[in-house]
Design a binder for this molecule. Structure first.
Ligand code: SAH
Length: 400
């Protein structure tokens, strides 16, 4: 095994790796013992020649090595099968009873570059590193052995593939799949198009939050803003809300949410509007001189897209977050609940909460924090790998 090409790190570059972070940047590398092919397994050592681990090399990515293990490994089918079984155990332990969930979440499961989602009896694979891409057939075989799925579909239209020099990919890798699939989340049905939907179909990372938010939005008039397939609103409708209004700018998303309401027998309680939430909130909060705004919502759920592709976009994103919170708070009845989420890795929880509080200050509202949220346990957070943490949320009650 010592015949593996060795990547030697510069002095001072090993600590992060020893702590468990799997990325070796090109700038951290002192030299290679011999040239390595892109996608090849390499071993990484510190400047004193101590082994730090092994992983896949790619000179075309800023991340030159994605480590898989602190030891030397053989990345064969058995390796992938074992890692996938370990990841599956974590889900079975923390999401007992779920039939759809993320099985492998890349760095969260020490498989940088690989995501696998399970939607009932269908698997969706996303590969974003060259090393994983070259071993796609081993991964598919391993998945076949663990799950015997009806179909394995690849989604390969993510921007991250370009950073690794990978072209767009996609399509069926195994089995048969036609038309949309009905996914069960917490006993509710969601029809989703795995080949074209957001992410790999829907937002599995909110599965546990749907239930918890529904417990806080279980009465009166509920607004589900940025509703996509209707996850939050339909859970609230089932939990006892009198009426739920869904907003999403995508007409396809609104049509899908409408179908999902009907699939679950909740149509009578639901109404739908395909609009830009910013414009809608602005119109709802506009008042004529001397006119007083009458708040009418018992619960408002805000789950916008990330708004931040990178760190530079954070100030603009915060202005956006502040605006929708300011207007939402004006529309919320006293005693009402605001459940709000931010899925940007670049906006930490404290900064997000400060933004909500600054909106509350401007609106002269006092909030009681009643819940904090994170991504579901099938998107594990490894604190030593900060990139694994991205979703945060809060629920507040309006004191006055
Ligand atoms: N809450 C959803 C996920 C929301 S994803 C769930 O749990 O499944 C974000 C959604 O916001 C997408 O469906 C997108 O179409 C929509 N969107 C993005 N910008 C918007 C805007 N300005 N106004 C309304 N909807 C928007």
């Amino acid at each position: 095994m010592d015949s593996l090409p060795t990547v030697l790190l510069k002095p001072g570059e090993a600590d992060r790796i020893v702590a468990g972070h799997p990325w070796v940047y090109g700038t951290s590398i002192l030299r290679l013992s011999r040239p390595a092919a892109d996608g090849e397994l390499v071993q990484v050592k510190d400047h004193r020649q101590r082994l730090l681990g092994s992983g896949f090399f790619n000179s075309h990515s800023k991340i030159h090595v994605r480590l898989l293990s602190p030891d030397r490994i053989q990345p064969d089918q058995a390796f992938f099968e074992e890692r996938i079984r370990l990841a599956l155990e974590v889900r079975r332990r923390h999401l007992p009873g779920a039939s759809s969930f993320r099985v492998v979440n890349a760095e969260s499961d020490f498989l940088s570059g690989l995501i696998v989602d399970k939607y009932e009896d269908v698997l969706v694979v996303q590969i974003s590193s060259l090393g994983m891409d070259q071993r796609k057939s081993l991964i598919v075989e391993a998945l076949q052995r663990v799950f015997s799925p009806r179909a394995i579909l690849e989604r390969g239209d993510m921007a991250s593939r370009k950073f690794e020099g990978l072209p767009d990919a996609g399509g069926l890798l195994q089995g048969q799949l036609e038309g949309p699939l009905t996914v069960n989340l917490n006993g509710l049905k969601f029809e989703t198009d795995l080949a074209a939907g957001h992410k790999t179909g829907l937002y599995l990372d909110q599965q546990t939050n749907y239930q918890r938010v529904a417990g806080l939005a279980d009465r009166g008039q509920v607004l589900d803003a940025f509703s996509f397939l209707g996850g939050f609103g339909l859970h609230a409708a089932r939990a006892g809300a009198e009426h739920v209004h869904f907003l999403d700018q995508s007409p396809e998303a609104i049509a899908a949410a409408r179908r999902n309401a009907s699939l679950n027998g909740l149509t009578d309680k639901c109404s739908f509007e395909s609009v830009n939430v910013f414009d809608w909130l602005k119109a709802q909060t506009a008042t004529r001189p001397h006119e007083k705004l009458i708040p009418r919502w018992d619960a408002i759920i805000l789950d916008p897209p990330s708004f931040t592709r990178n760190r530079a976009a954070v100030p603009d994103a915060l202005r956006g977050y502040k605006e929708i919170h300011l207007r939402s708070l004006k529309l919320l009845k006293p005693g009402g609940t605001l459940a709000t989420f931010c899925c940007s890795h670049h906006v930490p929880a404290n900064l997000f909460r400060d933004t909500v509080l600054s909106a509350a200050y401007d609106a002269r509202r006092i909030l009681r924090q009643v819940a904090t949220f994170s991504q579901g346990p099938d998107h594990p957070i490894i604190p030593m790998i900060p990139e694994t943490e991205y979703l945060k949320g809060f629920a507040f009650e309006l004191v006055r």
